[in-house]
Design a protein around this ligand. Sequence first.
Ligand code: NAD
Length: 333
Amino acid sequence: MALKVTLIPGDGIGLEVTSATKDVIDASGVDIEWEIVTAGSSVVPAYGAPLPQYVIESIKKNKVALKGPITTPVGKGFRSVNVALRQNLNLYANVRPIKSYAGIPSLYDNVDLIIVRENTEGLYSGVEHMVGNDASESIKIVTRKACDRIIKFAFEYAKKEGYKKVTAVHKANILKLSDGMFLQSAIESSKKYKDIQFQDMIVDAMSMKLIQQPQKYDIIVAPNLYGDILSDMAAGLVGGLGVVPGANIGDDIAVFEPVHGSAPDIAGKNIANPTATILSGIMMLKYLGKYEEAEKIETALSEVIKEGKSLTQDLGGNLGTREFANEIIKRME
Ligand code: NAD
């Protein structure tokens, strides 16, 4: 029986990179019935918001979605669709693998780490207000429940994927209550995982060490804001936003999407790199238990990139989005 997956093409380059990814996934032989639903700028005139309820309902029904980036309209009244989706569906773990691929120009050639970012609270809770005209407050919410589940997720992920070390990132020396709670949760949970090494690190030191010796880290688990910043920084270590995938995972729902945004500067030109979305698709297939097909795509993608003849512009080549996807499809045939 076909697996049902919600596909949200998104805005800007989202349309191009998700279409390329869908074709690559279909060519792997996996039987997926795609339910294509539209969200983003194009639905605002009709629905008054970029995230219509039918999108949420489709994801809740199918439990798994592949999503392109969505532009956050500038102006009052619009929350980020991405933050809303994660909170609405309780997708509490944001998983971002940072891996170097032979053939992609980058600072290091042997990086293989995962950033696990808390996805529902912290400074992204959306509790912000003015105090008079000249002061503002953003509330950072940290709960023991959210700390415990993200830390547990990180250790379980390490166990499942065969990683040996978990590093918890915080600023508990200054934020003694909020980050202190996150750190305490990590220290407590680490005692249950005797086979996995544990360390904690203050976020500023982590930033430096990640640039100097990224090979020393396996799983990095961090509160929302630090995880967001560290993962874009780490993307810069392995070739940029065009090649870093992501997954938003909850207890029984998962939404897979590239780390990059809708890139309005290159949208509609068939030049965006679909690799990040294809890698997100590979993560999705593994989540669905389709390891053989996932491996087939990963091997074809790695080979095409390694040869270096067929690359998109961001990686120094001259292939279009569609042509690059076709190279991968050809390789799988
Ligand atoms: P962006 O990631 O869209 O672009 C940053 C730079 O990277 C641009 O120069 C762009 O051309 C380049 N780039 C991004 N993806 C690429 C790819 N696949 N191939 C080649 N080059 C690529 O970030 P931005 O410009 O800050 O954001 C644009 C919009 O996207 C904003 O509205 C933002 O809110 C939204 N956004 C959405 C998501 C999401 O849906 N998950 C994530 C980030 C940003």
